[in-house]
Design a protein around this ligand. Structure first.
Ligand SMILES: *Cc1c(COP(=O)(O)O)cnc(C)c1O
Length: 466
């Protein structure tokens, strides 16, 4: 007997009915949504169904919410197709892909000013989340080794970070049983800046996370100020606490747009850094990088040795099989753009972000939170007293109807009574497209401002997750 279709999906139809134009005689014309179809179908039919369903997704170019790359050149697209079958973990079968992976993380280590590139160690990952797990695990394991060496207990480890961290750090703490200690942001301290940091640190602290490009707003956390606060902690207590920099977006911006800003391995307390190759690394989704300053920062017992071509290859990963193509695409971008090209592309994004923020900040309805001069991301809130007829959630909803995805969401603790709206400028949001967005934004604000009574609550807000 066939199992009943689960209820949880009642928002979806129970079957997909084919357009008769595409159906061949004798072929099924209806496919169950939640059960494997009984028989086969022709490749054209299967493709048509998947294509038509996926077509209903949003238009990535109008998505001002995501950080993730949605466009690459044709040459990269061709490489992607050629490499779609490569499994990164098969170092034996694909030794050159493995070698290219190493070239890439070494280039990244150099970009982040690793003091001794020969001693740096890193790996690709599926994204910044996996990279953060590995960075966090290294901090935890290192702390455990140091504690055990002096006969101290290793229960109750904690990690200190801003309340505005990306959800991957909550996951790390949950999955790997580390207490998350959140330093709340406030009007005076809108990012983690070392203020009052000492009161969160104790002998059970495995490390501090500093964010280069806070997801909520795009602002940088001042890594040198955080390091200075930790220097004071060490002077007072002897505790030597390391920093992991979550540079998911900013670690591929700062080296090009703010080369003099010290946030990377130039800061002695920075043990490790992650970034998303698929954000400002300019590669399609499925790629992250994590690099440790030197092999001391990465406990040896976290590294596995796999044999390849008679040799040995160290690996550190949560996954086993993983697409190799994205690594090749990152190498393509590094060769294609070089430092100059990345500087030009990221600079163009910043110009568009600062232009948009200046125009939005000049509107009566809004007050800028930040202007997009760190990473090309900025947020704004409704100006106090502007109106009680509509909120940024209504505006987000109206923009969505025009195809633009511009999320509105509450800030994290202790500012959760403040709602902001955010734009992420990515490669592909041209000045022209930005003008069209501004026009639509202004039109929707005029409409909302013309209302003489409050809008009803907007429908459940977007499923946006930081
Ligand atoms: C996007 C982001 C992440 C998660 O990165 P993924 O590559 O999507 O896994 C982590 N931290 C910050 C600050 C981010 O912006």
């Amino acid at each position: 007997m066939r199992r009943p279709v689960p209820h949880a999906h009642h928002s979806q139809p129970s079957s997909v009915v084919m357009n008769p134009v595409f159906v061949r005689p004798g072929e099924a014309s209806e496919f169950p949504t939640f059960q494997l179809p009984a028989g086969e179908s022709l490749p054209e039919t299967a493709r048509q169904i998947v294509h038509d369903e996926a077509m209903l997704d949003g238009n990535a170019r109008l998505n001002l919410a995501t950080f993730v790359g949605t466009w690459m050149e044709d040459e990269a697209n061709r490489l992607y197709l050629e490499a779609a079958d490569k499994n990164l973990v098969d170092k034996d079968e694909y030794p050159h892909t493995a070698a290219i992976e190493e070239r890439c993380w070494r280039m990244v280590a150099d970009l982040w000013n690793a003091p001794d590139p020969a001693r740096a160690i890193g790996t690709s990952t599926i994204g910044s989340s996996e990279a953060a797990m590995l960075g966090g695990l290294a901090l935890k394991r290192r702390w455990q080794h140091a504690r055990r060496a002096t006969g101290k207990p290793v229960d109750r480890p904690n990690l200190v970070m801003s309340s505005a961290v990306q959800v991957c750090w909550e996951k790390f703490c949950n999955y790997f049983e580390v207490e998350a200690r959140y330093v709340p942001i406030s009007d005076e301290h809108p990012v983690l800046d070392g203020h009052d940091l000492a009161s969160y640190i104790d002998e059970f602290t495995i490390g501090v996370v500093a964010i280069m490009g806070v997801t909520y707003t795009g602002m940088y956390e001042p890594v040198t100020a955080i390091a200075a606060a930790l220097d004071d902690v060490q002077a007072a207590t002897g505790l030597d606490v390391q920093i992991h920099v979550d540079g998911a977006s900013g670690a591929m911006i700062a080296p090009f747009l703010q080369p003099d800003l010290e946030w990377d391995f130039r800061v002695a307390r920075v043990a490790s850094i992650n970034t998303s190759g698929h954000k400002y690394g300019l590669v399609y989704p499925g790629l992250g990088w994590v690099v440790w300053r030197d092999t001391d920062a990465l406990p040896e017992d976290l590294v596995f040795r796999v044999s390849y071509l008679g040799g040995e290859m160290p690996t550190l990963a949560l996954n086993f099989s993983r697409p190799g193509a994205q690594v090749l695409l990152q190498y393509y971008q590094f060769l294609r753009l070089g430092r100059d090209g990345y500087t030009r592309v990221q600079g163009a994004c910043r110009d568009v972000a600062m232009y948009l923020s200046s125009r939005i900040g000049a509107m009566d309805a809004f007050e800028l939170w930040n202007d997009g001069s760190d990473i090309p991301v900025f947020a704004w809130r409704q100006r106090a007293g502007h109106t009680s007829n509509w909120t940024l959630h209504h505006l987000s909803d109206r923009l969505r109807a025009r195809g633009w995805l511009v999320p509105a969401y509450p800030m994290p603790d202790n500012l959760s009574d403040i709602t902001v709206q955010r734009v992420v400028v990515r490669n592909g949001l041209s000045r022209d497209l930005a003008e069209l967005f501004l026009k639509d934004l202004q039109a929707e604000v005029s409409y909302l401002d013309s209302l003489t009574s409050p809008m009803p609550e907007p429908p459940a807000t977007s499923s946006f997750r930081h």
